[in-house]
Design a protein around this ligand. Sequence first.
Ligand code: COI
Length: 356
Amino acid sequence: MLNETLSVKINKTQNSKIESVDWENLPFGKVFSDHMLVMNYKDGAWMSPEIKPFADLSMHPATSAIHYGQSVFEGMKANRSEDGSVLLFRPDMNAKRFVESCERMCMPTIDEDVFTELVKRLVDVDRDWIPEKDGYSLYIRPFMFATDDFIGIKPSDTYTFMIFTCPVGVYYSNPVNVKIEEFYTRASQGGVGRAKTAGNYGASLYPAKKGNEEGFHQLIWTDGVEHKYIEESGTMNIMFVVDGKLITPSEDSDTILKGVTKRSVVEITQHWGLDVEERKITVEEIVTALKEGRVSEAFGAGTAATIAPIAKIGFRGDVYELPAVETREVSNRVSEYLTNLKLGKAEDEMNWLVTF
Ligand code: COI
């Protein structure tokens, strides 16, 4: 058993910050738990992992991740059930996607079971940091970056893998307004859109800022060739209910992130017998349906965003308002189901939870 053989050195803090946390008002991603996990890679192998007090990193100014972008990450959440056990939601999917991101970015991979076990070990040490408040969670950020101090374009020979955690509140506290983007591009065929790599997010900031200036919280990205097909939103995958059917862009191209929440929404709604389609979706199809009042729901699905209802969709200067959130049967049902499941309040019929 991996949990018996994987040795992780643990050095606990003598100065916990837990008493200073305002548990009723947690912003997203600004409060950090007491410990972090660090594991270094050199000479073609991973060294022993260590859990240590959360602290700043010291870096060589030529650290290659800063210059050349070999940097990948994941986002996961832990919750606590009423009996005190910790629940992780589908960590195997994050582990798999992490491997895929590493491969695409020419970085060493981590065995998927080891990845999950390391997440569990860190969360276990900081399990008191899992918030109790409704809608709050412990956000988990595993990441890896290239550490060679070297100027030149080549894959680094050394890397650091780390995990830290943040008790978080909601990412979006209100329904979001999104604009269908037809000029800027998030990802193109053959690029790195499918990888959860830092540069994808950096490149999205300028177009998103322009969207913010027009009153939109986020963009709906379209394909990089013709801007004809809907792809994903900046912080989440995108889903619509049109004519009573749940539709979402398929992941056949390598331009869309394989979302854990999105996959779960597809699987559970199919399990419920709803009409679900994963396929190419044209902008024209959505805009026509919006004009004809046939879009009853639109929402984002993501680990941070969870199920984020979309209030308005902008396209070429027009803004289409969607039906009130209370009327949305599919997304409300999914949202309630996932929330209860992640808190251990619903039967884990799909076998998605890892409990410890
Ligand atoms: C996540 O959903 O976990 C992400 O990494 C997206 C980011 C906007 C926080």
